[in-house]
Design a protein around this ligand. Structure first.
Ligand code: MIG
Length: 825
């Protein structure tokens, strides 16, 4: 970068200017429209600056805008978009002297003003403005260094959510942040960028009655930035260091609802597939459980203490000197035996696999990668070498299909040994400083990854690391996922990744990296995980207890409660911390932790149903309150509660020493306390008791939630009968999804969906024929003030058990043919 030579007086000012804008900057606006033409489904505008801007209607509620500064678009290629999902529809176009109208009839309407400078406004089917350019700040680009930027007008009161993994408060108005995947262990709340890049947000204006949600996805893999009204509350802007200004706007359809926005966004970038049931169980990890006998002891202890668990993780120390796809001969002398022993106890095992391949010509993985030509090369054409755990490593170019296929094949060895799932870490990519380096490395240091001029294949659109850095981790997870599908097509893979880009949900679960064992970090998990969820990533979790540091007994117990209904549930801890298992603190803490994990298992049929829904329509299992209640202004900023599906409201205690907390009950529904059946009106706030042993948990009146008895691991689920918990005093229908829990037969119809309807005439059950799934054995009506005078099953009186202390009525069902259950007062 060329800096101007400052005079002494102006030095500080000029330096500031130089930081925000390189001295050689040559920003210019897109200019006025000089020509309009059709190209397939796109309407293409040529502008005075020599740029091209293509507008494509993707569907009646989605539009794509792609500005190519130099006018000649390169091949249309995106890692985020599902191939073919942006083909577009044929628009109705009216080209007038000063503007062009582009419509899908009765739906989205785009207006492009031609003069004095191109500017765009997008309307919904009711001709309400969704989002509009600021004519005073047109689309712009820097002809010298390739940067691009857009600015939109921001109505006062419009709030923003999403943006994936950003360690900031829930709502993102007046926040500004950048995206550059970074190994930012110990990330301080409020800082960034961290591990993932998801340049997508959902806007909502609660004051407009909640009919005003829309979404925007900036499909650009370069270092990008957003300013959501931080500099100026009247506008927001986004841009990137290179590439096209390529973005999609999702109008949310006629209802303008957040759920519609997310459905459309995930139609474009893909949906998280249904995980194997075992991956939804409790998972235990540590950096590192070693040696082999220790791993076996941990597994045995879970079973002896009857604390349910499904998965054990092996972190980097299982390997031989950190060489991936090897085992330490001293610490894991007989890995196969260990794995089969763990399988015998109902555990699945996940191993960590980092991208760095030790440069060592006696190491088979390195030799095969070098011979196959799959490693990244630097600008000078040499194999890129950088230091990570094993020492000097080479790195697969995951943007090369050949490298992905090679990588995917490596897992054959692990699968043959009996490993069940895989954990891809360090894939921002992260590198260490050279061994002899004396330069201190800061948290967000640019030196912690490849140099920007390193070369990538880019799947036929070759480019530098500056362009492909942010997708490296996603393409690694993809290579792992695709390899597992190929090697083991009958089983659903579990891949866990730290880095990712928009669309990562197609390939992996995501955890939020190296958080800290503090109350502050615990509180941060709610805005982080719910924002990930509404960014299209359903399978998310944070290290329970906080990775770095040792939590107090109370912090761990509260953290486990807060996390227990989050999608990906795993305790994990750093190498220099004290032991951390649910029993570590003994006594009352051990008992409570056990009960907390038992709650997870009781509710697994519900969580599983939510994942099936997520695969079908993109609605995530974990939801911030505003997502379901976009017209409730009081729900807009609630960042210490969350919804699981639309039926469970969780209000965890996230403050030291607290034994009660204020809970906001979203407006429009009433809520029944899970534990005592007490009723809480929607739209009110109340203090509720939350002794250490209790997670404040509420079920929506009218909802029916499937539960099962406590099992020790999901392998025992098949024979566990379902009890459907029905929250009294609201009408509504709920669906319960069942299938084999693994494999893909469900995609060919091997599943069933039970419908439970609560109405004025009682409870109606529609239970399809059972094909070997968990049977429906009982109903439990929660929230009744007194026992009913009579209970009838299909017209015949029956006995039922009422527990006044929990306000629960337990009704055993004789069989699955039952159609109606009625209560008489
Ligand atoms: O440089 O594999 O975020 O979960 O335990 C640290 C060791 C590398 C970072 C991961 C963490 C993992 C650790 N890894």
């Amino acid at each position: 970068m060329r800096l101007p030579r400052p005079t002494t007086a102006g030095a500080a000012l000029l330096l500031l200017a130089a930081i925000s804008q390189p001295a050689a900057a040559a920003w210019q606006t897109i200019g006025e429209v000089t020509r309009v033409e059709r190209a397939g489904n796109a309407v293409v505008f040529a502008t005075a600056a020599g740029s091209a801007l293509a507008v494509t209607l993707i569907s009646p509620s989605v539009v794509r805008v792609r500005m190519t500064p130099a006018g000649k678009p390169a091949a249309d290629f995106s890692y985020a978009v599902v191939p073919g999902a942006n083909a577009g529809i044929s628009p109705v176009v009216v080209d007038a002297a000063d503007r062009v109208d582009i419509r899908a009839s009765g739906a989205i309407h785009v207006v492009v003003e031609k003069k004095p400078v191109l500017s765009i406004r997008i309307y919904d089917g009711n001709e309400h403005l969704v989002v509009g350019d600021d004519p005073a700040r047109p689309l712009a680009f820097d002809a010298a260094d390739g940067a691009v930027e857009a600015t939109k007008l921001r109505p006062d009161g419009e709030l923003y959510y999403g943006f994936g993994e950003v360690p900031l408060p829930l709502a993102r108005q007046q926040q500004s942040f950048a995206f550059w995947n970074t190994d930012a262990g110990n990330y301080p709340p409020g800082s960034g960028p961290i591990y993932q890049t998801i340049p997508f947000f959902i806007a909502n204006d609660f004051r407009a009655g909640g009919r005003s949600a829309y979404g925007l996805f900036f499909d650009n893999t370069w270092r990008s930035h957003f300013d959501m009204g931080a500099r100026d509350p009247a506008r927001y802007s986004f841009g990137a260091a290179g590439g096209d200004l390529d973005y999609y706007v999702f109008t949310g359809g006629t209802e303008r609802s957040p759920a519609n926005v997310l459905r459309d966004y995930t139609a474009l970038t893909g949906r998280g597939p249904l995980p194997p049931l075992w991956a939804l169980g409790y998972q235990q990890s540590r950096y590192s459980y070693t040696p082999q006998a220790k791993v076996e002891e941990i597994a045995r202890t879970f079973r002896e203490k009857e604390i349910p668990a499904d998965v054990i993780y092996l972190d980097i120390d299982y390997m031989d000197a950190y060489r991936i796809f090897t085992w330490s001969p001293t610490n894991f002398p007989d890995a196969r035996k260990m794995l089969s022993l763990l399988h015998g106890e109902g555990f699945h095992v996940v191993t960590i696999v980092d991208p760095g391949v030790k440069v060592d010509d006696k190491y088979a993985v390195y030799n095969s990668g070098r011979d196959a030509g799959v490693f990244v090369h630097d600008a000078g054409g040499n194999e890129l070498h950088a230091r990570v755990w094993p020492g000097i490593c080479a790195f697969p170019d995951f943007t090369d299909p050949k490298a992905r296929a090679w990588w995917g094949g490596l897992y054959a060895k692990s699968l043959a040994e009996g490993v069940d799932g895989f954990w891809n870490d360090m894939n921002e990519p992260a590198t260490f400083p050279a061994e002899d380096s004396t330069v201190p490395v800061t948290m967000f240091d640019a030196s912690k990854t490849f140099s920007l001029d390193v070369k990538h294949a880019g799947d036929g659109s070759p480019g530098t690391h500056a362009r492909y850095h942010n997708v490296y981790g996603m393409q690694m997870a993809r290579a792992t996922n695709e390899g597992l599908h190929k090697l083991r097509p009958e089983q659903r893979p579990l891949v866990l990744t730290r880095a990712g880009f928009a669309g990562i949900q197609r390939y992996a679960a995501v955890w939020t990296g190296d958080n800290i064992a503090s109350w502050e970090h615990l509180a941060l998990t709610v805005p982080m995980l719910t924002n990930m969820s509404v960014s299209g990533v359903p399978f998310v979790g944070a290290d329970v207890g906080g990775f770095n540091g040792t939590p107090s007994a109370e912090l761990y117990t509260r953290w486990l409660q807060a996390a227990v209904l989050t999608p990906f549930l795993r305790t994990h801890s750093a190498i220099d911390t004290e032991q951390r298992e649910p029993w570590t603190w003994g006594g009352e803490f051990e008992r409570i932790n056990k009960e907390t994990i038992e709650l997870r298992y009781r509710l697994l049929p519900y969580i599983y149903t939510l994942f099936a829904q997520s695969e079908a329509d993109g609605t995530p299992p974990l939801r911030p309150l505003w997502f379901e209640y976009p017209r409730d202004a009081k729900a807009a900023l609630v960042d210490d509660q969350y919804l699981v599906g639309k039926d469970l409201l969780v209000a965890p205690v996230m403050q030291a020493g607290s034994t009660k907390r204020r809970v906001y009950f979203p407006k429009g529904d009433d809520w029944i306390a899970w534990w005592d059946g007490s009723r809480h009106d929607g739209g009110t706030s109340e203090f509720v008791a939350a002794p250490l042993a209790r997670l404040p948990l509420f079920v929506r009146a009218g909802a029916s939630v499937p539960t099962e008895p406590v099992i020790q691991h999901t392998g025992e689920a098949k024979n566990a009968p379902l009890t459907i918990v029905i929250a009294h005093g609201g009408n509504g229908a709920s669906r319960i999804y069942e299938d084999a829990g693994d494999g893909y037969a469900y995609r060919k119809g091997a599943s069933r969906t039970i419908v439970v309807t609560q109405g004025d005439a009682g409870i109606e059950l529609a239970i399809p024929a059972n094909r070997g799934f968990q049977r429906v054995a009982a109903l439990e009506i929660v929230g009744l003030d007194a026992a009913p005078r009579e209970v009838k099953i299909d017209g015949k009186p029956t006995t039922a058990r009422f527990d006044a202390s929990t306000r629960r009525l337990h009704i055993a069902l004789p069989n699955e043919a039952v159609k109606r259950v009625a209560l008489a007062k």
